[in-house]
Design a protein around this ligand. Structure first.
Ligand SMILES: Cc1cc2nc3c(=O)[nH]c(=O)nc-3n(C[C@H](O)[C@H](O)[C@H](O)COP(=O)(O)O)c2cc1C
Length: 107
């Protein structure tokens, strides 16, 4: 069984709609367990893949998303070898998603 976390933040519900569609799509692919909810950084090690859904507010991702990775670093939670992906909802510029991508989440 493959464990996938879709971790997200959504203030007005747009990103959440995308997250639910992504989670449903992953579930359809087979023997995969998907959690689409907030998690403590220490729990990231339980997952084979971590997918981030983030809106863009004020040209950036949001504190909740940044904190997940900062806390993982502080707690020495290794993300090495995990599959990562990011997507986002935004109105015009979309730096939230690109910020995550540029920081290496998709490596
Ligand atoms: C106060 C505020 C600031 C925003 N700043 C940006 C921004 O800098 N760039 C952008 O592309 N969209 C921006 N948006 C649009 C949101 O990213 C967009 O509405 C998004 O879908 C919200 O996602 P959510 O419903 O999951 O919270 C902003 C929206 C608000 C209300």
């Amino acid at each position: 069984m493959v464990n996938v976390l879709v971790f997200y933040y959504s203030r007005t519900g747009n990103t959440e709609k995308m997250v639910m569609a992504v989670a449903d799509g992953i579930r359809e692919t087979g023997e995969i367990k998907v959690d689409a909810e907030y998690k403590d950084a220490s729990e990231l090690s339980n997952y084979d893949a971590v997918i981030i859904g983030t809106p863009t507010y004020h040209h950036d991702t949001v504190l909740e998303i940044k904190s997940l990775f900062e806390n993982a670093a502080v707690k020495n939670v290794s993300l090495k070898g995990k599959v990562g992906a990011a997507f986002g909802s935004y109105g015009w510029s979309g730096e939230g998603y690109w910020t995550r991508k540029q920081r290496g989440l998709e490596k």
